[in-house]
Design a binder for this molecule. Structure first.
Ligand code: AQP
Length: 344
């Protein structure tokens, strides 16, 4: 198998309401990976229009996600931060992947089924082919590792299927052009830690999500301390005190969710949280969680506000990142065109 240099890629959609799940499941991990990897972090604005989004909101949200990246500790100089639509190679590669991926593969994507619901006929074609574009986002950089939340696991498996089929279908051409056995790596998802699936604060069986109609279901990164306190205070729980073991916690989804959030924010394990809080009533545990969440989130929120007050500066970061991303993506696309047989 061909060896690929390690490279991290991931993206966040600018669809508003950036929440604690996006932060703990993705952005916080992006920050940690910068230590030892070359990282590319993308605001995936082309994914955001697969369902209707007001153009003004899209621009504001794109700057907000960029501000969240930087306020959380992503360094746009050492690594690359940009918005997807500025690098048209993503769309070009997605077309080729649309011709590699099979209808049956995409039809099995649970996210499409959830989002399109009972009105699939009315869903955009983009919503259906979204995973091909996601594969292109990743493979335009031949990224080897992708940190994501648990909900993206299936899309990552599809990315591997597309890479594998491309490598097989074009195998002889890949070899002939001097790229060895495989042109695309089989990307590894990085889905680890206690917060790979942060659940709604109103319903422990549903994931925390930007599109949940209830504001109380999620902590938004720009929430002020009073709002954070109110949302955790109103978070659904059960009447029992916290247990002293993981087995008992497993049967109590809302309690497990709050323990997971506490563990992820304090960078410890659920076991360690239970060791400290076993036997505590929620009336005691929730204030401790609020204090921790405010301590961790308030600096991010105030830095986001500061950055968003200067949209010109954010736009410069994005266009500078796009220039650097485009160089890598263009090189991939030129090779892909040669492999596929397009004359250029
Ligand atoms: N609840 C979550 N727990 C852990 N990780 C999560 N992610 C999303 N929700 C959770 C991760 O955040 C990253 C960015 O997500 P996205 O913006 O690309 O889109 P999404 O998964 O569609 O986000 P939402 O909030 O769930 O939006 P809607 O309501 O539109 O469905 C990804 O790595 C994702 O796994």
């Amino acid at each position: 198998m061909t060896d690929f240099p390690e490279r991290v890629f991931s993206g966040v959609q600018p669809t508003g309401n950036l929440h604690l799940g996006n932060y703990l499941g993705a952005i916080k991990k992006f920050v940690a990976l910068q230590e030892n990897h070359n990282c590319i972090y993308c605001v995936v604005d082309m994914h955001a229009i697969t369902t209707w989004l007001d153009p003004k909101e899209l621009a504001t949200n794109t700057r907000e996600v960029t501000a969240a990246f930087i306020a959380s500790g992503i360094d746009p100089e050492k690594h690359i931060v940009f918005n997807q639509s500025q690098v048209s190679e993503h769309a070009e590669l997605a077309w080729i992947f649309n011709c590699v991926a099979r209808m049956g593969w995409l039809s099995r994507m649970t996210q499409f089924k959830d989002k399109a619901g009972k009105t699939q006929e009315k869903a955009s074609v983009g919503l259906f082919s979204y995973p091909s574009l996601m594969a292109a986002d990743i493979l335009a950089y031949r990224a080897t590792h992708v940190p994501v939340g648990d909900d993206q696991k299936q899309h990552l498996e599809l990315t591997r299927d597309i890479a594998q089929k491309f490598n097989n279908d074009f195998g002889p051409s890949i070899k002939e052009k001097g790229y060895g056995e495989a042109f695309f790596p089989l990307t590894e998802p990085l889905i680890e830690g206690p917060a790979t699936r942060v659940m709604s604060l109103r319903d422990g069986s549903k994931k925390m999500s930007k599109s949940d109609p209830s504001d109380l279901s999620r902590i938004v990164l720009t929430d002020d301390p009073d709002t954070i306190a109110k949302k955790f205070r109103k978070a659904k729980t059960d009447p029992m005190p916290l247990p002293d073991n993981l087995e008992d916690l497993k049967t109590r989804p809302e309690a497990e969710n709050l323990v997971n959030i506490y563990a992820a924010l304090s960078e410890t394990s659920k076991e360690a949280v239970l060791a400290d809080y076993a036997g505590f009533e929620f009336s005691k545990f929730k204030p401790a969680l609020v204090e921790l969440a405010v301590e961790k989130l308030a600096p991010i929120s105030s830095e986001m506000h500061r950055l968003q007050a200067d949209p010109g500066h954010i736009d410069k970061i994005l266009s500078n990142g796009a220039d650097r991303a485009r160089v890598i993506a263009r090189e991939t696309l030129d090779a892909v065109k040669d492999i596929v047989g397009f004359i250029r």
